[in-house]
Design a protein around this ligand. Structure first.
Ligand SMILES: [Cu+2]
Length: 345
C-alpha cells in the first residue's frame, strides 16, 4: 500500500477554490482591491513606457532620415526632468496613502467587538485550535469551525518551527512563530457559508505541503450545535471498552488527548471528537463520507480496510515522515482501537 493508492480519496467534499480574487472576508476584500489598483497603475506605467520605446524605435529609425545627418541632440530639458520626477513621486505618494489605509483595516491590534477568540497552534504538520472563550473552552484539531458574519480573532502560536497561516480567500498570510503570538482576524461574509481551504505557507519540514488548513463556516445555529458537542467529554460507550483499554494501554495516550479518559497527551491532535471530522492528517485524506441519509460512514477500501484503520496501522504510509510512528499493532488490536475511535462522535 503506497501513498498513491490513497490519492483518489483526496477528492473529498471541500471546495478547492483558493482564488485570491474570489474573496469572502473584509480583510481579503481590501487586499484584493489594493492588488487590483496596483496592477492597474503598474499596467498603465508599463504601457506608457513600452509604448514610448516602441514609438521611438519606429519613429526615429534610421530609414526615415538621411543617414549622414546626426539627429538633433537634446541636453537637459526642464519640463521633461520635472515630469519624470513628479509623476513617480505622485504614484508613490498615492500608493503610500492607500496602503496605509488598508494596513490599518487589515492589521488591527485589538479584537473587534463580539469576536470569537481562537488560539491557533501550528505543529509539524497539523493545526491545533483552542476555543478559549469561557462559553466554549475546548480544544480541537485540523478542522476549524466558525460562524459566518462574526469576526474571528486569531492568536497564532507555534509548538516547534515557523509556520504560516493563510486562507487565501479570507485574509493575507500571517507567520506563526515559536515564542511569540501573532494576531490576525477575518469574518466570513454572511451569505458565504461553506468549506474553505488554506495552506501553511512557510516551509516547515517534510510534510509542509500537507499541512493543510480546513475551515467550515456555518450558520450561527449550526456552529453552536457543533461547539456544544465539542465541549462535551468523549463518549464512553460500554460496547467498545476493550478497544478503549487497548488505546489506553498503548503509547497513544502519551501523544493524544481524549477528554474524560486518562489520555492527556498534547503532542498529537486531540481525538475527543475525532468522528466529528471528515479528514485525517491535517485535511490530507478523507476518512468518512455522508451516506444518502446524511450520516457519516467510514470510507473503506476495496480490501475491506478503512482509511482510519490504515492510518492507525501505519501513518507513515499515508503521511511519510509525520511524527506519529508506526505503532506495530496486530490486526486485532488495531481493529479494537478503530471500533473505539469510531464512537468518538
Ligand atoms: Cu507548517
Amino acid at each position: 500500500m503506497t501513498f498513491f493508492s490513497v490519492a483518489p480519496l483526496l477528492l473529498f467534499a471541500a471546495d478547492e477554490n483558493l482564488n485570491v480574487f474570489d474573496t469572502v472576508s473584509p480583510p481579503a476584500h481590501s487586499i484584493r482591491k489594493i492588488f487590483i489598483l496596483v496592477l492597474f497603475i503598474s499596467a498603465a506605467i508599463f504601457i506608457f513606457v513600452e509604448g514610448a520605446i516602441v514609438y521611438c524605435i519606429f519613429h526615429f529609425r534610421e530609414r526615415s532620415r538621411p543617414t549622414t545627418v546626426e539627429p538633433a541632440q537634446l541636453y537637459g530639458s526642464k519640463p521633461v526632468e520635472v515630469a519624470w520626477t513628479v509623476a513617480p513621486l505622485l504614484v508613490v505618494f498615492i500608493l503610500f496613502l492607500v496602503v496605509a489605509r488598508i494596513i490599518a483595516e487589515v492589521k488591527i491590534s485589538k479584537p473587534p467587538d463580539n469576536a470569537l477568540h481562537v488560539v491557533v497552534v501550528g505543529h509539524q504538520w497539523w493545526w491545533e485550535y483552542r476555543y478559549v472563550d469561557p462559553e466554549y473552552n475546548f480544544i480541537t484539531a485540523n478542522e476549524l469551525h466558525v460562524p459566518v458574519d462574526r469576526p474571528i480573532w486569531f492568536e497564532l502560536k507555534s509548538a516547534d518551527v515557523v509556520h504560516s497561516f493563510w486562507f487565501p480567500r479570507l485574509n493575507g498570510k500571517m507567520d506563526v512563530v515559536p515564542g511569540r503570538t501573532n494576531l490576525t482576524w477575518f469574518l466570513v461574509d454572511k451569505e458565504k457559508p461553506g468549506i474553505y481551504l488554506g495552506q501553511c505557507t512557510e516551509y516547515c519540514g517534510t510534510q509542509h505541503a500537507n499541512m493543510i488548513l480546513r475551515m467550515e463556516a456555518e450558520a450561527p445555529e449550526v456552529f453552536q450545535e457543533w461547539a456544544s458537542n465539542q465541549r462535551r467529554p468523549a463518549v464512553d460507550a460500554p460496547f467498545v471498552r476493550e478497544g478503549r483499554q487497548v488505546f489506553l494501554e498503548n503509547a497513544c495516550m502519551n501523544c493524544h488527548t481524549v477528554r474524560g479518559t486518562p489520555a492527556k497527551g498534547t503532542f498529537g491532535p486531540d481525538l475527543t471528537h475525532l468522528i466529528s471530522r471528515e479528514t485525517l492528517g491535517s485535511a490530507l485524506i478523507a476518512f468518512q463520507q455522508k451516506d444518502a441519509q446524511g450520516n457519516w460512514k467510514p470510507i473503506v477500501n476495496k480490501d475491506g480496510v478503512s482509511v482510519l484503520a490504515r492510518w492507525i496501522d501505519d501513518p507513515q504510509k499515508i503521511k511519510p515522515g509525520c511524527w506519529m510512528p508506526d505503532m506495530k499493532l496486530d490486526t486485532r488490536q488495531r481493529d479494537l482501537i478503530v471500533k473505539y475511535l469510531e464512537t468518538l462522535k
